[in-house]
Design a protein. Structure first.
Length: 403
């Protein structure tokens, strides 16, 4: 693909384009104010006020107090830190409750905990991706240290009733953490109403750079640092602060709060238009996940008789970026753990594509995808019927469409 080729980006749940305003917010801390904020001299120490200003903006996005927010490297670290803190501060409690459809940050950490002789309950989900709240309540034990449930699934967009889960945990005297990485900027977040103990965020889902995240820790909640170092973040997270990235996160948080209505209206309308066209015009397609209780930007669709990898390659040839709910490992496409937990067959799970939209998507981009996709699917199915092993578009240069 040449630098002049148009990119049609429909993978905003994976990462987002850095907003121009965010780039501008970073530049002073890359070009002029590049000192170490932990320094004793003014050139470095003056940066702490910019860190605190950004902390206030991130806190405002979720209606938290600034002192309740610590900066991390990403959502994964935030998730791990919350669970780690609950276990370390309650050593007699060696049980964790989470779900079978969590991000790998939780699933892999659960595997790690089992090796450390902790017990982990992975709650199943229904066929539409929803969670049985009564089963969750029954799964909480006297030795449960923490319940960790994502607010919205990254693959299907399905939303869990976090406020209700938090109330159950409070009634049981158990800490509750939610991974809100996919929710920030798409739905309103008010930690005071939710009354959660921990909440994870990641800046690169909000049109800021990768490599910066945040963890909300409710005031008076016991906490033990996961990253131990020089005592930064009031002793709750060691490591020299990346001031440029923190400033970027603060700016992105402000933009996200201002653009919340656009996400819930214009972006939702684009998503619905795309999804309706696919389901109407392409045979043997099925939406995965609840139609209504999901993020306004996310659509996960199965294309019968096809492999997601082949579809993504063909889409790439026409400049479209999307993703599957699967991970490529050693050359083979493994079915998504989220979709298989929902009861999808291996074939249906392997033929599923996630389209996730954002504020930079346009009507023209959706029109391009809606126009290209039926022909792509038809060609792939014809090739599969004829026994072809590769996409009929393999090796074809991407189109330089003007939008």
């Amino acid at each position: 693909m040449t630098s002049e080729s148009k990119i049609f980006y429909f993978d905003n749940n994976a990462t987002t384009r850095v907003a121009p305003e965010v780039v501008e917010a970073m530049l002073p801390f890359l070009k002029e104010f590049w000192g170490n904020p932990s320094s004793s001299y003014r050139f470095g120490h003056q940066l702490t006020k910019h860190i605190e200003a950004a902390r206030g903006k991130v806190a405002a996005l979720i209606n938290a107090e600034p002192r309740e927010v610590i900066f991390t490297s990403c959502g994964t670290e935030s998730n791990n830190s919350a669970i780690h803190a609950a276990l370390v501060t309650h050593p007699a409690k060696r049980h964790v409750v989470t779900t079978a459809v969590e991000h790998s940050a939780n699933i892999k950490f659960a595997d790690h905990l089992r090796k450390q002789h902790y017990e982990v309950t992975l709650l199943p989900v229904e066929s539409d991706g929803s969670l049985d709240i009564h089963l969750l309540e029954k799964s909480i034990r006297p030795d449960t240290a923490i319940v960790s449930v994502m607010w919205a699934n990254n693959e299907t967009g399905v939303i869990f009733p976090i406020e209700e889960i938090a109330a159950i945990c409070r009634s049981k005297g158990v800490l509750f953490h939610t991974d809100a990485v996919q929710v920030a900027g798409k739905l309103k977040i008010d930690v005071k109403d939710l009354d959660v103990d921990f909440l994870s965020l990641s800046a690169h889902k909000l049109h800021a750079p990768k490599g910066i995240g945040a963890l909300y820790i409710k005031h008076h909640t016991r906490f033990s640092p996961y990253v131990i170092g020089g005592g930064q973040e009031r002793g709750r997270r060691g490591g020299t602060e990346s001031v440029a990235d923190i400033a970027a996160f603060g700016c992105a948080a402000e933009l996200a709060a201002a653009n919340l209505k656009d996400e819930q209206t214009r972006v939702r309308a684009l998503r619905d238009r795309l999804e309706s066209a696919i389901l109407k015009n392409i045979p043997d397609t099925v939406r995965n996940g609840d139609r209504d209780a999901r993020l306004p930007n996310t659509s996960n669709i199965s294309f019968g008789g096809l492999e997601a990898g082949d579809i993504l390659k063909a889409l790439d040839h026409v400049g479209v970026c999307a993703s599957s709910g699967s991970a490529c490992t050693t050359g083979s496409l493994e079915p998504s753990h989220v979709l298989t937990a929902m009861g999808l067959s291996t074939a249906r799970a392997r033929g599923s594509i996630r389209f996730s939209l954002g504020k930079f998507n346009t009507d023209a981009e959706v029109e391009h995808l809606v126009k290209q996709l039926p022909e792509i699917i038809a060609e792939l199915r014809a090739a599969a019927a004829n026994g072809a092993k590769h996409s009929p578009r393999a090796g074809v240069e991407k189109e330089s469409a003007k939008v």
